[in-house]
Design a binder for this molecule. Sequence first.
Ligand SMILES: Nc1nc2c(ncn2[C@@H]2O[C@H](COP(=O)(O)OP(=O)(O)O)[C@@H](O)[C@H]2O)c(=O)[nH]1
Ligand SMILES: [Mg+2]
Ligand SMILES: [Zn+2]
Length: 322
Amino acid sequence: MTPETFPPTGPTGLLRGIVVKSTGSWYVVRGLATGELYRCRLRGKFKIKGLKASNPLAVGDIVDFTVEAQGEGAAVISHITPRRNYIVRRSVHKTGHVHIVAANIDQALLVVTLVSPATSFGFIDRFLVTAEAYHIPVTLLFNKTDLYDADGFEYQAEIAGMYASLGYPSRTCAATTGEGVPEIDHLLDGKVSLLAGHSGVGKSTLINALVPDLDLKTAEISEFSDKGVHTTTFAEMLVVRPGTFIIDTPGIKELGLVEIPPTELAGYFPEFRALLGQCRYHNCQHTHEPGCAVRDAVDQGRIALPRYDSYISMLAGEDNRH
Ligand SMILES: Nc1nc2c(ncn2[C@@H]2O[C@H](COP(=O)(O)OP(=O)(O)O)[C@@H](O)[C@H]2O)c(=O)[nH]1
Ligand SMILES: [Mg+2]
Ligand SMILES: [Zn+2]
């Protein structure tokens, strides 16, 4: 698509679209009615209450815009609809500010691997805690199952069972062979899904398997974004089919960093949450206190030890992002 295919000049009503890419100064917006791409800029200043963000708009934002003239950057965004949710990371440009990675996410799919490389529980749990804080449901995707031996499948089932009991479903797949991919495609249907996972787990391979004509679609979007800007760290929304979107987050391993006060952390572990209020001390942090219901549950095997370990290391502010 070229700028010549923009709708004609003239007094037009507001169009509504979804931001599919943001490079800071320009936004690529897909019209919801037409499916067409528009290169947009923002009118005036947008402020979101209580949020010091280095970028006013992010992928997934629903915006209203007008096409004011023909040609490059002709569309102007005048309104953003309230966000259902959003994820942030610390801004690399402005201290004390956050960078909004994406907004209005229906679900996150966390790609993990047990071999080549092995994703750590610390990484998984940190992601899950953050997703709890953002109210974003997560499904774990165990990729590279073609590399498993018999023990591998048994181990995977054990871990999947543990997370399922906490309310986190999972799927298995092998992105390179296509095994399990139709089931994941089904999972995406009619939703905005964020794909995450650390480097090397197979996110790009999976996106290739899920998004038809990926190269063409990516090229089409980059035609509309700022060419001078290095964009590989910006999230990008891809259309799997109309109404079904996937957000690729290159260079973003985790769901941002919300500052969770230590006293609230246990509340983001579903299996701890059920026990809160049963500890002897109301301000129990579940580390060393006598009469701790959480530690009792760990001792009795009702809480999995890796989960408790993740809690302790997050409480200590340890960086287990690998
Ligand atoms: N054996 C196997 N290799 C895979 C699978 N999925 C991805 N890979 C390989 O893992 C490597 C990293 O994949 P890539 O998609 O770039 O991972 P990303 O960093 O998460 O985007 C590549 O060499 C892929 O070919 C899989 O299901 N099975
Ligand atoms: Mg990749
Ligand atoms: Zn306790």
